[in-house]
Design a protein around this ligand. Structure first.
Ligand code: ZN
Ligand code: ZN
Length: 415
């Protein structure tokens, strides 16, 4: 199917026009057949892939791989970081005029970063329904140890070919399911921040995403069986999440407390580096966040909760943890003045009801855990080889990004 982008455009009831820079998106078998036509007019297209994604797409794209230059990043565990940006850049000639990213999240992040640097367009060919970042306008990178997002290029076309991503190893698909389910807490964080600080919020985008998440949630068993139609629905929901980021202009609708937990672990501040996929870390981050949010909900409903004046950054703790990895300055710089200063304590207390209403829309942690487990997703810190750092994770993770999440707001609450 061709995704109807027209329905997302125009001035929205939120008062803002929503822009989308992707021209067309196809999610269907043989979607890559459009490549020939799209590459007309370009003199030096370069396909970017890694060894696995090259292999995964070889059958479908062999004709292109013969005809055009292919840059293959080799080695295990390729990450979106400064080292691989350099590796990729070194393999490129100056005359490249368009990239075709053939891969999952990492290849896309690297390609969009370099495309931005060189100011050339790129076409996205996802090889797995493993993340929501294909159409993102920012690249999530590890830059000299620190997780950062950089302004980047969004693809001009997305050709999600079911003949390629529908055959991806299930582990990648499961990771995509988890990344998508993570929108539950991301959306709740956004809405609660809107309630507390009047941060800009779009009801339509919120609803659009929630609907897509629920639709996928209802067909997880079919996705696990590899049903083509259901796989395409998962890919659509992931791409929609990316479009939501484009329409808002940042990752707010797609990334909240659950992603911050994942980023913290990626930075290996309180843990050894872990070797897991993005969605696998988000999966556990989601469950931990849902547990915490559930506890707060219970406390609100039983009246066992009070607001405390605790909006300062936890300087000593940050020194002790991020500092030991040489990331103290970066964390301070990212945070700036404590975000919690923007939360009025009286308003917070007065809005417990509205917050509880939002928390009620979330699935229970135990239900989500069961659902994800059944879908073959990662659900525990054990599975990620993480020691018992749950409490410290909850305390530190909000500091990895300057973004108000409900997790951060819980610092103002005593249960
Ligand atoms: Zn809107
Ligand atoms: Zn994600």
């Amino acid at each position: 199917m061709k995704v109807d982008l027209g329905r997302f455009l125009g001035t929205c009831s939120c008062g803002r026009p929503h822009n989308i820079s992707v021209k067309e998106i196809y999610i269907e078998a043989k979607a890559t057949r459009y490549l020939k036509e799209l590459l007309q007019g370009y003199e030096n297209p370069v396909f970017v892939c890694d060894t696995n994604t090259k292999r995964a797409s070889e059958e479908v794209l062999s004709e292109y791989f013969r005809q055009y230059k292919v840059v293959e990043l080799t080695g295990e565990n390729i990450h979106a970081d400064n080292v691989n940006v350099e590796k990729l850049s070194n393999k490129l000639e100056a005359k490249v005029d368009i990239f075709i990213a053939v891969g999952s999240g990492t290849i896309h992040d690297l390609t969009r970063y370099v495309a931005f640097e060189r100011n050339i367009p790129f076409i996205s060919v996802p090889t797995a329904a493993s993340v929501d970042g294909f159409v993102s306008t920012v690249a999530a990178m590890t830059w000299k140890g620190m997780k950062k997002t950089f302004p980047s290029k969004a693809p001009i076309y997305v050709l999600a070919d079911t003949d390629i991503f529908g055959k991806a190893p299930y582990r990648l698909t499961a990771s995509g399911i988890s990344d998508l389910m993570g929108k539950y807490t991301a959306l709740a964080d956004w809405k609660i921040s809107n309630i507390l600080t009047d941060e800009y919020f779009c009801e339509n985008i919120y609803d659009l995403e929630m609907e897509a998440v629920k639709e996928v949630e209802s067909i997880l068993d079919k996705i696990k069986l590899g049903d083509t139609d259901s796989m395409e629905k998962l890919m659509y929901a992931l791409i929609l999440s990316g479009l939501a980021m484009q329409m808002i202009g940042n990752s707010r609708p797609a990334s909240g407390a659950e992603h911050h937990i994942s980023h913290l672990w990626e930075m290996a501040v309180i843990n050894e580096p872990i070797d897991a996929l993005h969605g696998e870390k988000v999966s556990v981050g989601l469950i931990l966040s849902l547990q915490k949010y559930g506890e707060v909900l219970e406390a609100i409903e039983s009246g066992n909760i009070e607001v405390i004046d605790n909006s300062d950054l936890e300087i000593e703790l940050l020194k002790d943890t991020f500092g030991k990895k040489g990331l103290y300055e970066e964390v301070l710089e990212e945070n700036g003045e404590s975000l919690l200063k923007a939360v009025d304590l009286v308003k917070l207390k007065d809005h417990f009801k509205a917050i509880a209403l939002e928390l009620h829309k979330l699935p229970k942690a135990c239900d989500m855990k069961m659902l994800l487990k059944k879908a073959g997703c990662i659900v525990s810190m054990d599975q990620l080889n993480l020691p018992n750092i749950k409490e410290l994770t909850l305390v530190l993770s909000p500091y990895v990004r300057r973004r108000l999440t409900f997790m951060r707001v819980t610092k103002l609450l005593r249960l």
